[in-house]
Design a protein around this ligand. Sequence first.
Ligand SMILES: [Zn+2]
Length: 310
Amino acid sequence: MKTTLIDSPASLAHRLPDGHPEHDGRYTAVREALAGIAGTVWAEAGQAPVEALARFHTVEHVDRVLTACAEAGVEGFVGLDPDTIVCGQSARAALSAVGGAIAGVDTVMRDGEGAVFLLARPPGHHAEPDRPMGFCLFNTIAIAAMHALEVHGLPSVAIVDIDVHHGNGSQCLAERDERVLFASLHQSPLYPGTGHRGETGLGGNVVNVPLPDGTDGAAWRAAFEAEIVPALRKTQPALILVSAGFDAHADDPLGGLGLVDEDYAWAAERLAALASEFAHSRLVSVLEGGYDCPALGRSAAAFVRALARA
Ligand SMILES: [Zn+2]
């Protein structure tokens, strides 16, 4: 697949207090790991306009985040919840992440097909329409999904969430819009505590696959085949979006699953094959979590190499 890597250098402007797991070294680790992968081209993210955010978030939510950043000033921090903290430049980073995801959708729509991987932080999938949460300010992938539906007029999109945590914010989108399939593999119990099988959205457009602590790559792949693949085949989305968190890796300090680098190559291959089967070979992946920098870099590189080979 033609594979475009969208870089958001503004990621480095989002500083957090020392010791926070979602630090800027994550961005640098992935940036270095993705350098020079054959068959990829780089592009740079621009800032998303506020009206794009308003397709998912309330105006009050956007104002609250922008105001908190302004209050943080040059040196300070403002906590939006115990985990979710901003500095003065955090909004610039988050708006660039959203801009990159929108550009990813525009890229595959312009070219008619292709794979995109967005390298950006902060992550987005925990942010709900009216609240920041779990290191996330704006829900990058939900906003990109709405852009695909409303601006490009696609009839349906899928969000496949492979982060170890449940994407509660993205699920909110499917719960109010039947054009969206939200399908998630995640550890349970684990933060944020949502993602039970009984949460099925609007007639089945939410598919949650909770996995116990210690699940290894073989069992993870089997669950993907048994539950995520049939949901995608049934929906036949016109575009597949991926919340590409790499914190289900065995080395991750926040998750308890046992994936290895090769499992991410496998996931990218399967997602690319599914996209070519019914989604016009359109696949846009967005970096979410991943908190062991060496494992994060290697896993993201394995994922991108597999996209470029597909
Ligand atoms: Zn995560």
